[in-house]
Design a protein around this ligand. Structure first.
Ligand SMILES: Cc1cc2nc3c(=O)[nH]c(=O)nc-3n(C[C@H](O)[C@H](O)[C@H](O)COP(=O)(O)OP(=O)(O)OC[C@H]3O[C@@H](n4cnc5c(N)ncnc54)[C@H](O)[C@@H]3O)c2cc1C
Length: 441
């Protein structure tokens, strides 16, 4: 697709409306051969190359000005092998596609909280979702991948376990991944899930009690805590809509008979404004937050891993909640641990396994007005909350060398650097959380 094509404006856009870029071409690949040709074209023309799967990159890496966008969104094949409990996914798929196919067999793997998120970008960064504590991160279930490298070669991770390690958190640094093989788990068809809403003035006590409950929660329950604004939803009393609230979301995938006992403590932390927990189809729950994350808003993320919600962290978060710059901006505390916490740090490029939480600030505006202000507010908040904390590469709107460096422990970064030098010494794949190959010769 070229700028003169009638649908070009639609095809060049990505989820985050903050990145209004004008590529020279968007190449909509139908298969591996097209991917190889597109890489060759970018190289021979000396053009920047942006790789796009679901288009949810927060820093806007899946688009560019004047370069080529390699768009995988037409490559949507999925093959489930229920007896081997594996799924093979072409990398244009979004999580909705995968949930539909795998749930036909009551199987699933950790996917995104919003069903339009691309499987590829999400998985290559780590993958945190409602199954994190039961099934691990998505990368913990990654057992194989096919990759087209910077020199147009087809590589399977069967032949290079080190490459497989690097894809488990090292992003799109090593080539264009054309398929991903993931392990599946028994999930659903029914899970017990929902959100409970509390008044904002109880936030301090709720955060402290939440941490206590998280410490003893079973693996089958994954939760998150939102410091947010009550949505204009029918289940929220009219007088509360648009006011600050604390919400705790959770998904229990264990024995249905235990659902009430396991989730009730999280749902009884204060006077309840609304409680939507109920038995639901898993794919329905996977789509439950979609409406709150429409395409086209201007969006910026910042994040920090935290070992604990200590007194200081609670105070900073409560103050920030009281000062949210607008109704679209919220702070989410993701509970980690469980299966994801038991993976040895060196096993995957996603190496931070000893922290119990990721705090993610989602800052949004309807257009460019006010966008710089909410970005700065998010930066200031993170600086106050945890200046030295590592960042989760999927939850950041930044992409500078300094930020990438801070996202990985030193040994992990070094190993990623060696892999990058081997697979992409000229840094063709640089529109990403870039591991910059310092040339030694
Ligand atoms: C609404 C929303 C909800 C989100 N929810 C979650 C969540 O629940 N958990 C979580 O962990 N993250 C979440 N994220 C973050 C998300 O995982 C990242 O933004 C991720 O990069 C999106 O992947 P994508 O394929 O949609 O993005 P794209 O913009 O298509 O890709 C992002 C980058 O990934 C790389 N990439 C993508 N595909 C390939 C490929 N096939 N080969 C090589 N490199 C590739 C490229 O560098 C590309 O620039 C969310 C983001 C949004 C916007």
């Amino acid at each position: 697709m070229r700028p003169s094509d009638p649908d070009f404006d639609q095809v060049r856009s990505i989820w985050n409306g903050a990145h209004d870029r004008r590529p020279a071409a968007v190449v909509r690949c139908a298969g591996v051969s097209d991917v190889m040709n597109t890489i060759g074209l970018a190289r021979s023309e000396g053009l920047a190359l942006a790789v796009r799967a679901g288009g949810h990159s927060i820093p806007g890496f899946s688009t560019c000005d004047d370069g080529i966008v390699l768009d995988l969104s037409l490559m949507r094949g999925i093959r489930v092998d229920p007896s081997a409990r594996r799924v093979s996914i072409q990398t244009g798929c979004v999580w909705r596609d995968v949930d539909i196919e795998t749930q036909r067999f009551n199987l699933a793997v950790t996917g995104g909280l919003v069903s339009s998120t691309g499987v590829a970008g999400f998985t290559l960064g780590g993958g945190v979702g409602w199954l994190t504590r039961q099934c691990g991160l998505t990368v913990d279930n990654l057992v194989g991948a096919e990759v087209i490298t910077a020199d147009g070669q087809w590589v399977s991770t069967r032949d290079d376990p080190d490459l497989l390690w690097g894809l488990k958190g090292g992003g799109g640094n090593f080539g264009v991944v054309t398929s991903l093989d993931l392990v599946l788990h028994d999930v659903g068809p029914t899970v017990f899930a929902g959100l409970v809403f509390y008044r904002a003035d109880a936030a301090d006590g709720i955060l402290r009690a939440y941490q206590e409950l998280c410490r003893s929660a079973p693996d089958g329950l994954t939760t998150l805590l939102k410091l947010t604004t009550a949505p204009d939803a029918p289940f929220v009393p009219e007088a509360v809509r648009g006011t600050p609230v604390v919400a705790i979301g959770g998904c229990w995938v264990g024995d249905p008979a235990a659902a009430e006992v396991v989730t009730r403590p999280f749902r009884s932390l204060s006077t309840t404004i609304a409680d939507t927990y109920e038995a639901r189809d898993y794919p329905e729950w996977q789509r439950a937050l979609d409406a709150q994350f429409p395409r086209g808003l201007h969006c910026y993320f910042r994040s920090a891993f935290l070992a604990a919600l200590d007194d200081r962290a609670v105070a900073v978060l409560v103050d920030a909640h009281a000062e949210l710059p607008n109704r679209l901006t919220e702070i989410i505390v993701h509970q980690l641990g469980g299966a994801a916490g038991r993976v040895p740090p060196a096993a995957t490029a996603f190496a931070i396994r000893d922290q119990d939480y990721i705090v993610n600030v989602i800052a949004r505006t309807t257009g460019s007005a006010g966008c710089d202000g909410v970005k700065q507010w998010s930066r200031d908040l993170m600086r106050t909350l945890a200046p030295a904390a590592a960042t989760y590469v999927n939850f950041t709107g930044e992409g500078s060398a300094e930020h990438v460096r801070a996202a990985y422990p030193a040994a992990t970064h070094q190993r990623l650097l060696e892999l990058k030098r081997r697979y992409d010494p000229d840094n063709l794949f640089r529109l990403n959380q870039n591991i910059q190959p310092v040339r030694t010769s």
